[in-house]
Design a protein around this ligand. Sequence first.
Ligand SMILES: [Fe+2]
Length: 277
Amino acid sequence: MKIESSVVGNKRDKVLRHGEKIIRKKVQRRTKRTAHPPLPRAIQTLFYACREVFHGPGTVPLPLDVQKMQLILDKMKPQDFGLTGDINFFKAKNVANGTPRITYTSIYNCDNFSMCIFFLPPSAVIPLHNHPGMTVFSKLLFGSMHIKAYDWVDPVESDETLPFSQSARLARVEMDTVFTAPCKTSILYPAAGGNIHAFTAVTPCVILDVLGPPYSKEDDRDCTYYRDLAYSRSSDPAEEVKEGNVSYGWLEEIEMPKDLKMDGGQYLGPQIFDSIS
Ligand SMILES: [Fe+2]
């Protein structure tokens, strides 16, 4: 009996030890998962933030939401978009035939926001254009770029004459700066922060644009192009007047410049997982 009891006891102990082993392994696996959850890719974090921050046409993100976007974008690097190795791939190809050709690639597009990347060879220009009703985050990922940006001066002062064209409208210079990556994110709003801007590539550069809401012809948010003309109260129209630290210019609406060469390209970076969880 003693022997039988011992055998039974041994078997029971063996079963218990086996059970403990299985439980320990399960706990270890669970602990491992909990302690080190996989970090979402930066682009996925940006996507989740966009979904929370942009609420569609007629809305502007709240200051705290703008700050959230800014914190995410400020840290983003070319690698977050799969841009590694020879990032200058577009440099030689796009300047070979004279006019520098710009490449753009759409990453994501929905009714509330869109994300796209522009690749500019040196001296390429995205001419002055507006963003009607939009908030736009522009993050220079690579290279050096000059950005000039205006906001409308409203209403146009009645004593101002329109020296160039009846369609010209007075605008205030909000930005006239060269940015070099890595740098902070630029933000423009529907009526502030430089809603009408132009990009000029000083070196090959890559810039990410996050627009909310996106352009839409149907919803009266089409892109309009402008040329800027010197503003002056004096008889010399070539002189751009600075009042205090503020500069102005006349913006005249133009057709999309014929020498603006843009080629669409496929986005090959990390994909966005966009199902609502
Ligand atoms: Fe723009």
